[in-house]
Design a binder for this molecule. Structure first.
Ligand code: NOJ
Length: 748
């Protein structure tokens, strides 16, 4: 400690203690916004410029890393009060030590924020977000995020870099797995649910963490599906498809937002004033703070948008970018930029204010160690209750793609079962990508799940058969033999977990390696095959869809994946997941999404001069919203309450859904609209509502949806959000393709 600190430190401690005790309520109570403001003002007034910029600085710890660089001297910088937050640091023990350094060794003792990518679970791992979304059950998804947040908070974390809400219709893009698929409405509902799950109602509740909605914006639309690549799109498309989930997360209270790596229409997101100043601040009146993605400030130099580090820092702070993740450029450049009067100190103050406000809201000034309870950490992490929730969510996320002759569910009394495939006994891959503090050894494999489920007399033989991605066929013979001796072969195939996620782009969408050949070899034995897929994106599996009688899409299902998959395979639960993204027939159809435009020459099988592919069937392999059940649902009596409404009016749409099968089941009833003629053209279908219902055999339920201005409006030719008079079609069904149709008219 230098002499300056020695003199000042006790004074500041006394000062802050006085400041806090004068008006601070006891732990767990709220500070009013006015009180927070007052405290932030006072603190700002005694901070040096360097200390202020320190609050805008976020470094990764060396505990784990999620990007290319680690700074050797980050601890030294923490000690100097030059770091406001750390990420990739967790566990009570570790974060407590770091917090102690910040609180006790810096001049002002401002507590650190600890962040981490808690994306689909912290230690108890839930299905990848795309899988969670396939449950079409926002309440359940909220609960999954709540568990993830509780575990994270119990492990010393205040902040997650989730939800990731990037819409995408390009399954080559590896981060498809991390989002909610291709639809802005479904994506918005899930974005809000996850935000509520992580944050709860009150940031001062120390069992919650701050959410970060990311990556702002349009990161899911890179050219060629290649991560970090250029994005070019119209403002209309941006506003219609890519922005709504961000707005939904912010409306649900998301405290922070992360800028994207990509450039958007020529300007990198991290320096993009249109996105940050105009949309986020002017239009949406965002009151939290913004954080960059990993080193995305200096990457603006590589983009060719900033000439050097100084220029990059300037462009970011001018774009209201508050916190610099990992580059250290704010620390290096902002003080001098202020001193040279190239930027007003007010810019720094406003960013510091936003960050300090959050630290107050979290209660960190009252007790910097309120997330540091080792007893709580032990009780919360991987508790039985959390595992049970993960199993429930995993079950609900599974999509039954095919079930010829009701092959599934299998009887538990099956005598001889072969379990084959590179993913059948893998604990590792169930984690999926971005698996937080998840550990492979916690996971229940499919093989284990099956063994837990079948009768004591069932003979289960396991053969790996092939690797996920090699050309070796050495295991084929053993697989064929096992299948030949069995009544049924459950074949667990798909992608490796590292084939999705950041920088994990595929140019092919089929099963990697020789897995399809393995399926073919086993098929030749004549033994019935049930294919269990694990993957992080829609796959092009046309051959499998034509040749394998039963297919279950299980994504990467998490810690309890094997048990959940066995629950479905053997009928203890009835599958109810629906696809959140279209499965194309082949890679060449990508991007292929249900909510496309009509074109002037829509596909017509009888007319060559229409919009089509010559060499593949012109339809999705499995459409958006698709998923089967072990029972059958029938839709009838679609009714729209009024034939015509005014532009401010609304209609009720009702439909009867019947369970005409023999098992209780859940169905996701989906509502789509089409605005037939607009001042700009509208998609052929747009999801505008859904409800997951449960029906007993023979039971009928009437499901009702309201369609009002919020759902009927779109950005017109002048980029105003309006409802235009004209005819609307309404579609209701169990997927985006098989629907009942109705309609109504909007009049002036
Ligand atoms: C880069 C990723 O793009 C982002 O999603 C993540 O939150 C950060 N790294 C931090 O790990």
């Amino acid at each position: 400690m230098n002499a300056f600190k020695k003199i000042l430190y006790p004074m500041v401690v006394i000062w802050t203690a006085t400041l806090i005790s004068a008006s601070t309520p006891a732990l767990g109570q709220h500070l009013t916004e006015q009180e927070i403001n007052h405290k932030v003002d006072s603190l700002l007034s005694i901070m040096t410029l360097e200390e202020k910029v320190g609050q805008l600085t976020l470094f990764t710890s060396d505990m784990t890393s999620t990007g290319p660089t680690i700074r050797d001297n980050y601890l030294e910088l923490v000690r100097e009060g030059k770091v406001g937050a750390l990420f990739n640091a967790f566990t009570v023990d570790y974060t407590r030590k770091l917090q102690k350094t910040a609180v006790e060794e810096t001049r002002l003792g401002i507590p650190l924020l600890f962040g981490f990518d808690v994306i689909h679970g912290f230690r108890t791992i839930f299905p990848i977000p795309l899988g969670e979304t396939a449950s079409w059950d926002p309440e359940l998804v909220r609960e999954a995020s709540r568990v993830a947040g509780r575990e994270a908070a119990a492990s010393g974390l205040h902040w997650t870099f989730a939800p990731m809400v990037d819409v995408t219709n390009d399954p080559r893009w590896g981060r498809t797995s991390e989002g909610s698929g291709e639809d802005p409405y479904l994506g918005s509902v899930m974005a809000a649910a996850r935000t509520r799950g992580f944050q709860g109602d009150d940031l001062s509740d120390h069992q919650t963490v701050m959410a970060t909605v990311k990556h702002f914006a349009a990161y899911g639309a890179p050219e060629g599906g290649r991560d970090y690549n250029t994005v070019n799109m119209s403002e209309r498309r941006l506003r219609e498809i890519y922005l709504p989930p961000f707005k939904a997360a912010l409306d649900a209270g998301a405290s922070t937002i992360m800028t994207a790596f990509n450039e958007l229409n020529g300007v990198p997101a991290t320096g993009n004033k249109f996105l940050m100043n105009k949309i986020l601040h002017e239009e949406w009146d965002f009151s939290g703070f913004t954080v960059t993605d990993y080193t995305s400030i200096p990457e603006m130099i590589t983009h060719g948008y900033a000439k050097d580090g100084r220029d990059a820092a300037l462009k970011s702070i001018e774009a209201n970018v508050d916190m610099d993740m990992q580059s250290g450029l704010y620390l290096e450049q902002l003080p001098e930029l202020v001193r040279n009067e190239e930027i007003p100190e007010g810019y720094i103050n406003r960013s510091v204010r936003r960050i300090l406000e959050m630290k107050y809201r979290l209660g960190l000034f009252e007790d910097p160690y309120r997330y540091s309870d080792a007893g709580r950490e032990k009780r919360e992490i991987l508790s039985e209750e959390n595992r049970a929730k993960a199993r429930e969510v995993a079950r609900e996320s599974i999509v039954l793609l095919k079930n010829e002759n009701d092959l599934l569910p299998l009887p538990k009394e099956v005598e001889k079962l072969a379990v084959i495939g590179p993913l059948a006994d893998s604990q590792e891959h169930l984690l999926g990508n971005w698996s937080g503090a998840g550990r492979a050894e916690d996971n229940v494999t499919v093989l284990q799940g099956i063994k837990n489920k079948v009768s004591g007399d069932t003979d289960v033989t396991y053969v790996k058969g092939a690797d996920i991605n090699s050309s070796s066929r050495e295991g084929f013979d053993a697989a064929v033999k096992a299948a030949r001796d069995a009544e049924v072969a459950v074949m667990v195939v798909g992608e490796a977990r590292e084939m999705s996620g950041e920088a994990s782009v595929r140019a092919h969408l089929d099963l990697p390696g020789v897995q399809q050949e393995l399926l073919k070899a086993v098929k030749e034995t004549g033994t019935t095959i049930v294919m269990v897929l694990m993957n992080g994106r829609p796959l092009a599996i046309e051959w499998e869809a034509q040749n394998i009688p039963a297919i279950l899409e299980t994504w990467f299902a998490g810690t309890e994946g094997g048990n959940a998959i066995a629950d479905i395979l053997f009928g203890d639960d009835n599958p109810s997941g629906k696809l959140p993204a279209t499965f194309p027939r082949t890679m060449g159809m990508v991007p292929y999404h249900y909510n496309h435009k009509m074109t002037g020459r829509p596909f017509d099988p009888n007319n060559s001069y229409t919009s089509r592919y010559l060499d593949v069937e012109n339809s999705a392999l499995y459409p958006f919203g698709y998923g089967l059940s072990y029972t059958t649902f029938e839709y009838d009596n679609l009714s729209v309450s009024r034939d015509s409404i005014g532009v401010a009016g609304s209609v009720n749409v009702t439909v009867d859904v019947m369970n005409i099968g023999e098992r209780t089941g859940e169905e996701v009833v989906q509502l789509y609209i089409r605005d037939l003629v607009g001042s700009v053209t509208r998609p052929v279908k747009e999801l505008k509502g859904f409800e997951k219902i449960q029906l007993d055999p023979g039971e009928t339920q009437t499901v009702s949806f309201n369609l009002g201005p919020e759902k009927l409006a779109f950005y017109n030719i002048d980029m105003e959000k309006v409802v235009e008079p004209g005819e609307f079609k309404v579609f209701v069904g169990g997927n985006s393709q098989d629907v009942l149709e109705g309609g109504f008219t909007v009049v002036d």
